[in-house]
Design a binder for this molecule. Structure first.
Ligand SMILES: [Zn+2]
Length: 196
């Protein structure tokens, strides 16, 4: 049996980076329905009132007001402290934590994984902002035939919708596609002087 005496902040980050809220909720028996809602385990819920946010953005119940990350969810569900909940998640999902006896190479790999995760989160947020902003501008232009961007709007609107969908479904794949990333930069530049 592994010793968990020295759970570090890195361990918490590791557990959180490996587990989406949806994965954890479903693992413990709460089916996440369309629109990312599920029955709230923390009050007598009949209609799903708990929102499960994508990736590591946690949960929130708009009826009883409980919310937090995967660790908080598990702590509340099983009546554990956050530390115990983190251990439980690590065990249930076979995530190696506590880095006693970890080799140099294992540590480097873990840190790299963590860095990649953070990079990807940052990219996803920025890309979503650029694409959503562009979509709004295109929607406005498409309604106005006298707009200088009218033709562009007709041509590009469905493309942008598609890109947003790809981004939400698989941000890692999107990030790896250098052409798609370059295109984001172009959009950002072009829309900077829009409507002027
Ligand atoms: Zn609730």
């Amino acid at each position: 049996m592994r010793s968990f005496r020295s759970l570090t902040r890195e361990d918490y980050a590791e557990v959180k980076s490996r587990l989406s809220m949806e994965k954890v909720a479903e693992f413990y028996g709460y089916q996440v329905k369309r629109g990312g809602v599920c029955l709230c385990p923390f009050h007598n819920d009949i209609h799903p009132s708990m929102k499960i946010y994508p990736d590591d953005r946690g949960f929130y119940c708009w009826v009883c007001g409980k919310g937090g990350d995967v660790i908080r969810f598990t702590a509340l569900l099983f009546g554990l402290t956050d530390r115990e909940a983190c251990r439980k998640l690590a065990e249930d999902f076979s995530i190696p934590v506590t880095h006693e006896g970890e080799t140099y190479r294992e540590r480097r790999e873990r840190q790299k994984r963590q860095e990649r995760h953070e990079q990807l989160q940052k990219f996803r947020k920025e890309a979503e902002k650029i694409l959503s902003g562009y979509r709004i501008l295109l929607c406005e232009a498409a309604r106005d035939p006298s707009s200088a961007h009218f033709v562009e709007a007709l041509q590009e609107l469905s493309v942008v919708e598609y890109r947003l969908e790809c981004l939400r479904e698989n941000p890692a794949e999107y990030y790896a596609d250098r052409k798609a990333v370059r295109k984001l930069g172009e959009i950002q530049k072009r829309t900077a002087g829009w409507n002027k």
